[in-house]
Write a protein that binds this ligand. Structure first.
Ligand SMILES: *Cc1c(COP(=O)(O)O)cnc(C)c1O
Length: 364
């Protein structure tokens, strides 16, 4: 939301972000890391929650000293935000450098993650002896150098590897045999880089138990209170509370329909509350007819199709009927990010990063 609107109380959706819960999650992950250092992955604007306040809280309250972003531009913004609080923080950039971004790496003191021979040569030529992480792909076949090319990196002049990393493809399913296979390959490759720190685990790798911590862990989603697994977990504290106000309450007769496409027909006389949030704010349309919200402590279903700015809910009956201006909770203690995402058939990651620009972020 633009700066001038911060002066006004939000009239629309609000994402309340609990920085104490964030730091508690950091501590939980740190305690599960088997003695490894815990870094924070804050790419994509800290999964949509706001990189400056998130990284500042982690640096100041939890002593987090290492961060990962995806783009150098994200690294520049992060450096600006945390410089006053943690001037020596280390910032790694997953995607690595290109000729057009080398300057940003220098200006913001960013450390690249090198994924290809070309990137390695570019970095070593531009900054001889400057440290870099090396990402070797142990089976995901997404980003990272093939294991066969390790020798070429080791022989590269002026190339100084300070972190050897890889990424697990199936950690969301802890019993998947691929986890152990990737771990074994990672360990055997790392033997060729004695003394270099090792990093394999993201959130799921930290929380699934077993020996995945090595020297540095890279959790993202778990910091933000959402399960990294294919199932819900009670190991984490919820960080996000997403609310929106009711803009109108109306009564409809049996047989009347609600919303675009008239997908909902009232089986009886029904009170409908219309709420100021929609797919323009990141609520996937696939949640139509599937999501629930909390009104006055009661769970109540969405009805009809989610539209850009609005949703409709069936107003719960009782001694305190919902009224215009009342607040509806879409995500919070009762309905977590994981459940909301599952009802929309999206990943918790998409739910968080999809939060729209109109949603006012408020930090508590
Ligand atoms: C995004 C990312 C992470 C963080 O993953 P989570 O599942 O959010 O913990 C770690 N490592 C790499 C390489 C990533 O791309």
């Amino acid at each position: 939301m633009s700066a001038h609107s911060d002066k006004f109380v939000s009239s629309g959706p609000v994402a309340e972000i609990n920085l104490s819960a964030l730091c508690e999650n950091f501590d939980i992950l740190n305690a599960s890391a088997g003695g490894a250092e815990t870094a924070a992955v804050v790419k994509c604007n800290a999964y949509g929650l706001g990189v400056a306040p998130i990284a500042t809280a982690l640096a100041r309250r939890s002593g987090c000293a290492t961060f990962f972003v995806a783009y150098p531009e994200e690294g520049v913004a992060l450096r600006d935000a945390i410089h006053p609080h943690a001037p020596d923080a280390k910032i790694y950039v997953f995607n690595g450098p290109g000729t057009d971004s080398l300057e940003m790496f220098g200006a913001a003191r960013l450390t690249p993650v090198i994924n290809t021979i070309e990137q390695g040569a570019l970095w070593a030529r531009a900054n001889p002896g400057a440290s870099a992480a090396l990402h070797v792909d142990t089976g995901m076949n997404r980003l990272g150098a093939p294991p066969e090319s390790l020798g070429e990196f080791l022989a590269m002049e002026d190339f100084n590897i300070d972190l050897f990393m890889s990424h697990l493809a199936c950690a969301s399913a802890p019993s998947h045999p691929m986890n152990q296979r990737q771990r074994e390959l990672f360990v055997s490759l790392a033997e060729r880089l004695p003394g270099v720190r090792r990093s394999l685990a993201a959130s799921a790798g930290v929380l699934m138990g077993g020996d995945y911590g090595f020297d540095l862990t890279r959790p993202g989603i778990a910091l933000y209170g959402a399960s990294p697994f294919d199932h819900e977990t009670d190991q984490l504290r919820p960080v996000l509370r997403l609310t929106a106000p009711i803009v109108q309450v109306r009564s409809i007769k049996a047989g009347e329909t609600v919303g675009y496409g008239a997908t909902f027909t009232a089986p009886r006389a029904t009170t409908i509350a219309t709420v100021k949030i929609g797919y323009g704010d990141g609520l996937p349309v696939s949640g139509s007819g599937k999501l629930s919200v909390i009104v006055h402590g009661k769970r109540t279903p969405l009805i009809g199709r989610i539209s850009m700015d609005l949703i409709c809910i069936e107003a719960p009956q009782g001694d305190r009927p919902p009224r215009q201006g009342d607040t509806v909770e879409l995500i919070g203690e009762t309905i977590g990010v994981f459940e909301a995402a599952q009802r929309c058939s999206v990943l918790p990651y998409e739910m968080l990063t999809g939060l729209g620009g109109r949603v006012v972020r408020r930090y508590v």
